[in-house]
Design a protein around this ligand. Sequence first.
Ligand code: ADP
Ligand code: MG
Length: 782
Amino acid sequence: MSKLYLEKINKSYRIGETVHAVKGISLSFDECGLVSIIGPSGCGKTTLLNIIGGLDRYDEGNLSVDGNSTKEYSDADWDAYRSSCIGFVFQNYNLIPHLSVLQNVELAMSFSGVGVEEKKRKAEEALRKVGLESMMEKRPNQLSGGQAQRVAIARALVNDPDIILADEPTGALDSGTGLRVMEILKEISKTKLVIMVTHNIDLAKDYSTRMIELLDGEVVADDCLVEDKSTLDKRKSSKKLESKKCFMSPLVAFTLSFQNILMKKSRTFFTALAGGIGIIGVALVLALSGGLSSYMGGMQSDALSGYPITITTELENAPNGTKPDYVRYPDADVLYKDDESEYTTPHTNVLTQEYLDYIADIENVLPGSANAIAYSRGIRLNLINLVPEKRVVDNQFITSNVDKEVGVMGMGSTYMQVMPEHTDFLMAQYDLIGEESRLPSKENEVLLVVDEYNQMDVDFFNKLGISNSINEYKLTDFVGSAIAKVIPNDEFFTEKDGLYPIPDTKDYDRLAESSDGIYLTVVGILRPKANAAGNYFNEGVVCTTALTKWVQSQAETSKVALEQAAVDYDIHTGQPFEDDEARAKQMRRIGVDPMPTSIDIYSVNFNANDMIMLYLDVWNAGKTENEQVVYTNNATTLTSVTGSLISSVYYALIIFACISLAVSGLMIAIITYVSVVERTKEIGILRSIGARKRDITNVFEAEALIIGFIAGAIGIFISAVLIIPINAIILQTAGVANIASLGPVQIILLLLGSMTLTLVAGFIPARLAAKKDPVTALRTLE
Ligand code: ADP
Ligand code: MG
């Protein structure tokens, strides 16, 4: 049985006109011997060889290998056939320039599942056979033509194929080196079938065992040159062809691409730079967005600290019915009369304990949405200063932030404000100034709030009894000292003829000496930060909720409160109340009614503000108008202006990032495509030594990944450098420090993103590369 059997093989090419390259050739080849194919240029020699080697497909006829027809071969079968049964040797060597001699030979084993160690050993052995053991680390372009061809032969031999196909192997060599190559082929032909295409009839006659002459795609002569075939060392064993499932390992794909990239360092650098420019855009957006969103968050929280959602018991202008749908900016020659009372109405909010619980629950239902919830109670805080000769008694109301009832006293008054439980939001707006300044934690500890000039109103000093000619104090004069004493109701109001009158000047000494009471000690001084709105507090004194609780609890059970609750006249004076409202106010002041008069909710941002309003609306759903609790959103104008500003900034950033990504992707797609075109020849070589389409795709995808990584690294590096001046400019213009920054998470994201991008962008070019016809690819001139 012959090794190869060709039966009426036909092959035509249709490019424009039809070229009938091989016309019904029938041939049979033995298991060994050196067969020369001669004939003029264009007669179909290469085509025939490529068909035998499975690089090209025959149109008609049949090719049998070891008696098995190849008619039903799949792509995978052909790949396996090429890789294990065939060794190709080409006229122009077809070595891969960016791999070393050793690597070129090893490459041929990358498609047959050979281990790294064994690959090296076999490649060295093959190179030794062709006398090139000293050249292993050289690059192909450092070799002479004869040496290069011997490397090609070593590569063809390394998988121990049964058939060596050589297409004009000596065509590019001078006669001396040509002979050396022929000697090697002759030696190989003792155990393998060598089919060689040549122009050199003399050489063919000297070395061949058989000579086939082609003309116009047909066999015109077929001569046996060796009579006694028995002298040939016949080998019986023939390898069984198995369709292998093994393929190029990712490591090999990466090595191939990496070596190629190393060969073209500057080209790679510039292409990666091009890709990196797109990444810079994305990196900057990413770097900015973190800082920007926390800045914007801070800005919103800051802005909202002056515009809470307010719920007061008495609301002058609650919405009532629908506001007429006026046309904005009318062109008509008109002037309307606007009467607010037509669509608003005074409304009384009845604040129940249930509602207070509902408000307190905001922290659980919408965690993190409110910076502070402040309650105004209008309860009396009985204060006396500590300077005997300038004794002043003051009846401060404990307020939340700004108590509407004492608002008439204006800025700079010393009424007592309550510090919210969450202080992060305060500390974003205020600095603690002065030595040993700290936040209060107990009922006897208070803060002073000064303005940006470290000023406090003169009224404050008057009330403390320290008004004199001194205009300047030290901060440390206050920090650590007691400034006033809070006196419980039972000490403050003493019974006199069934009434509890407000103490007058002659009672002051008694009050000062009273045993009960809390001495208020300043523990810190707050000043608004330079860039913060800082309008949560007015200048004055800030106490803790611990103090308000103490005041509330002693008042509730005080005699004066219990008495007031029992009678319908003013317990201080014995005079009747002017109206119900005056009585209610008195009840709150004295501590009988613990319900707050107003609640201020400070949202962290506009979004949270909306959510909280929605939550408040839910309470009102299904309730009658009288039962409803109507709130006022003080931030209406603020949200619409700032909110749209913020979203336009974000849109601009996102569009910028998208454009960057698109540019980057396109760059990389073009680069990968150029690389495919450049490496067409390499694709052909890889296919000729058994690479599957999938392997080719892998090689180019690996290259895209490497370039993507480099592009990402370059982009990140340049961005990191750019961030320095960007931050400096923003600090100069907007006064915000370190707004842009790249953390490790962003860096990893960018690298992965860049690699994904290149993988996606390189996908089509890599597919194109795999689709390339190996024969055409090999014909490409380098
Ligand atoms: P030889 O190797 O004997 O010089 P070839 O086998 O290369 O000849 O070519 C035989 C004929 O087939 C030539 O006319 C050539 O132009 C044509 N041919 C070979 N390969 C292709 C191809 N891939 N596309 C179109 N025509 C081809
Ligand atoms: Mg040819």
